[in-house]
Write a protein that binds this ligand. Structure first.
Ligand code: CDT
Length: 314
């Protein structure tokens, strides 16, 4: 598998610029024997939720209304030519006018094997004057309505791999990973766009910890659900805002087996022996033997945290 990290895509650059770069990455992937390529979240354009459009309809220009489209057809053609399965993140506008932050998994034949719409939308819905850079995902996207699907589908030499998807902020939520784990996921695919600086003006967070938290989340999610994971970033300075890159591939032990080191277009690859998923799922994380859902009622019954009762003394 490969994570095809993308360097920045500037505001003025059209989809054809990004797609041409992505096709070049697929050529390189093919030359290296890769069978499945993961592209980032919202891979076709700049990370537009950093820009405020008072009129939401103006943001429609960032959304795809068809997949494939004229602009994305070269990706599908390259997949067919090279026999590569690929994962693509993009902004989706449905025929009935709904807007989602979406990812698809596409077979070499061009079939959409799986579609996922982002559930955990970070940021805010209204312009925030305290922020140097906006993060308006809650303005432009609706919460995904497809759950966390996993599909058993052919990939490369294998007739069936259990594959599921998360998108960016989802990777920080153990509930999302567990939804995949409960469907025996073997390969979790996740695209992301994460700024190097926390712009919420709510306290200092060192840039190196931002990368650490991203890796920590993916490594923990992979380990606790006995799955491989590919987390693929957009990287570098886009519209003056820095995205931290550091794409990784992680094995079911939670180890990083490949990591991007540039802030540019970069292909990282790793071999995934799916037998490695067996140890975790038959021993420490044998869900059927050890999970206790009757004790987890707060996980689905509650959104925010309550306060614990006060100890009253003896
Ligand atoms: N794209 C995305 O989900 N990014 C978030 C950053 C949120 S900062 C408001 C992330 O969790 O990486």
């Amino acid at each position: 598998v490969a994570a095809a990290q993308l360097g920045p895509i500037q505001l003025a650059e059209g989809r054809e610029v990004a797609v041409a770069r992505m096709v070049r990455l697929m050529e390189r992937a093919h030359a290296r024997g890769v069978q499945l390529v993961v592209f980032p979240e919202l891979a076709l354009t700049t990370f537009f939720p950093r820009h405020h459009h008072e009129d939401r309809a103006e943001a429609d220009r960032w959304f795809e209304t068809a997949m494939p489209s004229n602009a994305t057809a070269p990706l599908f053609a390259a997949a067919r030519k090279f026999g590569i399965t690929f994962h693509l993140g993009y902004a989706e506008r449905t025929p009935d006018g709904h807007h989602y932050n979406t990812a698809i998994l596409v077979s070499p034949e061009g079939d959409i094997l799986l579609k996922y719409r982002k559930v955990h939308l970070p940021g805010h819905a209204e312009f925030d004057p305290k922020r140097a850079v906006q993060h308006l995902e809650k303005r432009y996207f609706e919460v995904g309505n497809l759950g966390f699907p996993v599909i058993n589908a052919p990939a490369g030499d294998l007739s069936g791999v259990n594959m599921g998807m998360l998108i960016c902020n989802d990777r920080r939520w153990p509930e999302a990973w567990r939804m995949l784990g409960l469907q025996s996921v073997e390969l979790a695919l996740c695209g992301y766009n994460t700024p190097s600086l926390n712009q919420s003006a709510a306290g200092f967070e060192a840039p190196h910890l931002r990368v650490f938290h991203s890796h920590l989340s993916v490594q923990a999610g992979a380990y606790q659900n006995a799955t491989f994971a590919v987390a693929c970033a957009k990287a570098g300075t886009e519209d003056g805002c820095e995205l931290f890159g550091h794409s990784i591939i992680v094995n079911p032990q939670g180890e990083i087996t490949a990591m991007a080191t540039s802030w540019d277009d970069e292909l990282i690859t790793a071999d995934c022996n799916l037998d490695m998923c067996t140890l975790g799922r038959t021993t420490i994380f044998a869900f059927d033997k050890h999970r206790r859902p009757e004790a987890y009622d707060r996980i689905t019954g509650q959104v925010g945290a309550t306060l614990p009762p006060r100890w009253e003394g003896k």
